[in-house]
Ligand binder design. Structure first.
Ligand SMILES: Nc1nc2c(c(=O)[nH]1)N[C@@H](CN(C=O)c1ccc(C(=O)N[C@@H](CCC(=O)O)C(=O)O)cc1)CN2
Ligand SMILES: [Mg+2]
Length: 286
């Protein structure tokens, strides 16, 4: 039997429509959620992503300021930009597009963002709050994965979830959020010996490896839910995930496509975090 397609594009549209309604309600109180997106350098993929973020903000009635700087932009200058955004009452969310050029310390930059405006959920305060299950801006890609599972009525409780990848922005938080939903979580990574030994025991498999069509059916437990976070190019330059989609279709029960799976959810969750930040400001000033 062929796996059910987990449609991130449709799910993200649904979430964005709900966000638009809440944005309109805020507008009646004179508040427009504002997102500042900071982009340094010429990475073409980053340019595409930030343009998409700006376009989505505007489509939902939110304000979006795109601040673009050359590759040579200094770390001190960037910290000053962030400080100004921290103090701007019309900006509810600040996002610095990653990766940053090598001469800029990513951690220092993330640390400079006011945690109340950390809509990426990368600041150590956000990460700490997420870890202990307190209210926090959740990182957009892992949060998007959890929303997809919810939309398709896949309850992680009691399931064995295997996460391949241990980055701070996807792998680690994805495992934590699954743990909070009572999954038993195993992390695998580049030094894992006999990866298939683990992945074949996964009821839910999250792959954030970054290798085109790396996971074939021999890695998949029959009936598994497969979430593909990979964003790679195949031998023909076509966008593809970590999973060999066609090969695993008859083994998995559910699968996310690339494109159209996790990616669109990342943007939707960013919009939700920005809206939440604006709504939160309203409650706090009442
Ligand atoms: N500050 C941040 N930097 C980065 C993040 C992030 O969440 N915050 N994540 C990634 C890039 N990213 C958003 O920034 C992102 C990547 C991909 C997509 C997406 O919608 N992908 C589409 C396909 C797009 C294409 O055709 O190229 C899909 O999967 O359908 C959204 C967001 C690293 N940096
Ligand atoms: Mg700070």
């Amino acid at each position: 039997m062929s796996a059910t397609l987990i449609d991130g594009k449709a799910t993200s549209q649904k979430i964005k429509s709900q966000i638009a309604v809440r944005v309109e309600q805020l507008a009646q109180q004179g508040i427009v959620p504002g997102l500042a997106v900071v982009l340094i350098g010429d990475n073409p993929a980053s340019h595409t992503y930030v343009k998409n973020k700006k376009k989505t903000c505007e489509a939902l009635g939110m304000r979006s300021d795109l601040l673009e700087f050359p590759e040579s932009f200094g770390e001190g200058e960037l910290l000053e930009v962030i400080s100004n955004l921290n103090n701007d009452p019309e900006i509810h969310g600040i996002l610095v597009q990653l990766p940053l050029p090598g001469h800029i310390d990513e951690f220092k930059v993330i640390l400079a963002i006011d945690p109340d405006k950390d809509v990426d959920g990368f600041h150590p305060v956000s990460v700490g709050n997420m870890m202990i299950g307190r209210e926090a801006f959740l990182p957009c890609t892992p949060h998007g994965i959890m929303k997809l599972l919810e939309e398709y009525h896949i309850d992680p409780a009691g399931k064995h979830a295997v996460v391949i990848g241990r980055s701070n922005i996807v792998g680690k938080p994805a495992g934590q959020l699954l743990l909070q939903r009572d999954a038993t979580v195993t992390y695998c990574h580049s030094r894992t010996v006999d990866l298939a030994e683990y992945t074949r025991k996964a009821d839910i498999l999250i792959s954030a490896v970054g290798r085109a069509k790396f996971l074939g059916k021999e890695y998949i437990k029959p009936g598994a839910v497969v979430i593909d976070v990979g964003m790679n190019r195949d031998e023909n330059g076509k966008l593809c995930g970590d999973v060999d989609f066609e090969d695993v279709l008859d083994t998995a029960s559910h699968i996310t496509p690339v494109p159209g799976g996790v990616g669109p959810m990342t943007i939707a969750m960013l919009m939700e975090n920005t809206l939440l930040s604006a709504e939160r400001g309203l409650t706090e000033t009442k």
